[in-house]
Design a protein around this ligand. Sequence first.
Ligand SMILES: Cc1ncc(COP(=O)(O)O)c(C=O)c1O
Length: 446
Amino acid sequence: MTDTLTDQTDVHARGREALLHEPAGGDPGKLTLVKAKGSLVWDDTGKEYIDCTAQAWSNNLGANDPRVIEAAIEQTRQITHARPTFHTPALLELAELLVSIAPAGLDRVGFTLHGSMAVEMALKLALRNRPDAKHIAVLHDSYHGRSIATMAASWPHPGNVFGALQPQFLRLPRPDGYRPRAGLNVDQDTELTLGLVRDVLTKGTEGPVAALVYEPIQGNGGHNEFTPRWHQGIREICDEFGIMLIIDEVQTGLGRTGEMWASDFYRIDPDLLVFGKGVGGGFPLAGVLAKQRFAKFLAGDDQLTFGQFPVSIAAGLAAVKAIIDDDLCSRAAAHGRYATERLLEMQTRHPLLGDVRSPGLMVSIELVRNRLTKEPATAEAHEVFELAQERGVIFGESRYGGLGNLIKIKPPLDINREQLAKALDVLDDVLTEVESVVDGAGSVPS
Ligand SMILES: Cc1ncc(COP(=O)(O)O)c(C=O)c1O
């Protein structure tokens, strides 16, 4: 028994060392997960955790939902692989279902397996429709993935060595809800930034801009929410300059904000919408919804061998049906209201808690050393993350360059109230603990 365990430990140690994505010597804090159910995960020591990350905000429907697992098993028994030159029944049914729940006018759909590849699909479709274009625009602090192109579309990657292969994107400024430009409030910052965007598009380009792609709430770039006026102003600018508006809902889609799409929540009218993460019910799946008036792809433009992987598609069909049947949008909205109320109350007691952000179960808090200067409390945020994990709650940590002081609370949308309450209780406790030991923790302003 002991020998078997030792053997397994050795194999795991050698495996860790072999992994290309691990730092040399391994990451001692990294858990090895063996099981998941709903909002819970278990590690290889048998310890249970409430997973407030939904595994990269992807398990909108809790982990291992029996409807998804059954659909995937059944599909696996029938046919696991069909290249993109063939259809499967689930593919056609999921296409029809997604188009029926998409924001108005988005009645074409394409599938792939990763959010990054879906963003690339959207970029290709934009260029297919605007072959004379010289640019594709993105916003400062955006995050669109880690393929070569989407990495370039995202906030500058620290120590980027991939430049020789990366396209140049036109980077446009964005307003900031928490740190508006000096002397301005959020509304004024939004108006000013819309003007700056207009200036860049008028004077700062080499020719037509095919598309502007942005996240309705910037996720990895710091949980930056925009005002409805920003979305409306950007739509007007896109219409004026003949630019396709691509909304990246890889993170915000499928109920996360309390509506099926953030585009519904903010009344955005995208020309293309990118989805991913939650759509697959824990299986890799992503894609693009597009307006009918755009030309489709030509043969060979966007075909990947496993791009329409039948098992993911069948799982996705079951997951989307379950999200609708269980009304997870309403549950996300209600849980989000509860979490936000509790966090705002905590903010009156915890000087570290600089800002509380939502909507729905897209919840984050920003920790600051001083609420007036808003100096990021990055080390403290990491401490909160580690202490919470020790106590059985996994929060999302922001590794965003320059800030890194966000704690993200984005569990599955069907988390139960007791689990959510427990996670917030643990957060409350660890904030108290970190504030009691950290020198210079801020003071609550009058
Ligand atoms: C907004 C957004 N777009 C694209 C991606 C990339 O998705 P994937 O990691 O599945 O390639 C992510 C992933 O975090 C994301 O948050």
